[in-house]
Design a protein around this ligand. Structure first.
Ligand code: 13P
Ligand code: SF4
Length: 313
């Protein structure tokens, strides 16, 4: 089917086509919470970085199509290397992940030879390969506490690093990286949003600055937001993260009210139904990684998945 034909197809037709291709390819579609809601109609699982990694590790499908960004698709490939992993959009990078390079990490490691390295999953595969353990927004504090030693290099997000530092006695060596989607949000504007919704509880992602987290009633990754809102007696919530999360929460909990204080992530939103259909049709763009990098990165991810694994350096 030609590019022109797909671009003329309605969303309903594209969804039908994707569901058919999914069967033919024996594919599973994993979608991150920040994706456009149209992706949720074709996804087998929608969730946060940790949940998606678990699904990628467990699946018996032949193909994993990732509606998310590149570091997530790479993580899926590392955790299940026998599978074909597809990323529909070429533009789905992550500027935060690109803020840590192998050369920079080697330099920081040389300055702190006794420090362990904890890398957020929002890193490229070669950084994971140089790390002792990976973490996500939902388990960062547990991971930092589980890693041996008293000093840890935490990269690449300084806001998440500062948040972790506020919850642990370990010495965290911060990295000068940030997610611009979260880092642009400021406390003064948030206070104005709070005045517009008196009584609403604020739920904030830990990639936001500490001045924002200080205003929040609850800090958690995207996976913890629905469970907090569900179990909390309040009916109104201000959601401080990428804008897609508000509609996701509203769909999951229609009896509650969610208001946004957010920015859009252009990388997450570069995906579309048309690109997913093309991806399954042409089996593009396949994630391919160096075998050595995969083996080393796998160690850091496995340690995160089962924190009990021993950590001799
Ligand atoms: P979560 O792990 O909370 O889903 O976040 C992923 C992400 O990219 C946040 O910007
Ligand atoms: Fe990367 Fe930030 Fe977008 Fe998440 S929201 S994918 S960290 S740029």
């Amino acid at each position: 089917m030609g590019e022109q034909l797909e671009s003329q197809m309605s969303d309903e037709k594209l969804i039908e086509l994707i569901l058919e291709l999914k069967k033919q390819r024996n594919a599973i579609i994993l979608a991150h919470n920040y994706q456009d809601p149209s992706m949720f109609k074709i996804a087998d699982f929608v969730g946060d970085s940790l949940g998606l990694s678990r699904k990628a590790m467990e699946t018996s499908a032949d193909v994993i199509l990732f509606c998310g960004v590149k570091f997530m698709a790479e993580t899926a490939k590392i955790l299940n290397p026998a599978k074909k992993v597809l990323l529909p959009s070429f533009a789905a990078g992550c500027s935060l992940a690109d803020m840590a390079t192998v050369e920079q990490l080697a330099e920081v490691k040389a300055k702190h030879p006794h420090a362990a390295v904890v890398s957020y999953v929002n890193t490229n595969a070669d950084i994971k390969a140089m790390s002792d353990m990976c973490c996500t927004s939902s388990n960062a504090v547990d991971v930092v506490n589980a890693v041996g030693g008293q000093e840890e290099i935490f990269l690449p997000d300084k806001n998440l690093g500062r948040y972790v530092q506020s919850k642990t006695d370990k010495k965290i060596i911060l990295w000068d990286g940030h997610c611009f989607v979260h880092d642009k949000l400021d406390a003064e504007t948030l206070r104005r949003v709070k005045l517009e919704h008196p009584g609403a509880k604020v739920i904030a992602h830990p990639e936001a600055k500490s001045e924002i987290l200080a205003e929040a009633d609850h800090v958690c990754g995207t996976g913890g937001m629905a469970s907090f809102a569900n179990s909390n007696g309040n009916s109104d919530f201000i959601v401080v993260t990428e804008c897609g999360m508000t509609s996701r929460l509203q769909e999951e909990l229609p009896e509650k009210n969610f208001y946004s204080f957010c920015n859009v992530c252009p990388f997450m939103k570069s995906n579309s139904l048309r690109l997913v259909a093309r991806s399954l049709m042409l089996m593009q763009h396949e994630i391919e990684l160096d075998a050595q990098v995969m083996v080393k990165a796998r160690r850091a991810l496995d340690r995160m998945m089962g924190i009990k694994v021993s950590l001799e350096k």
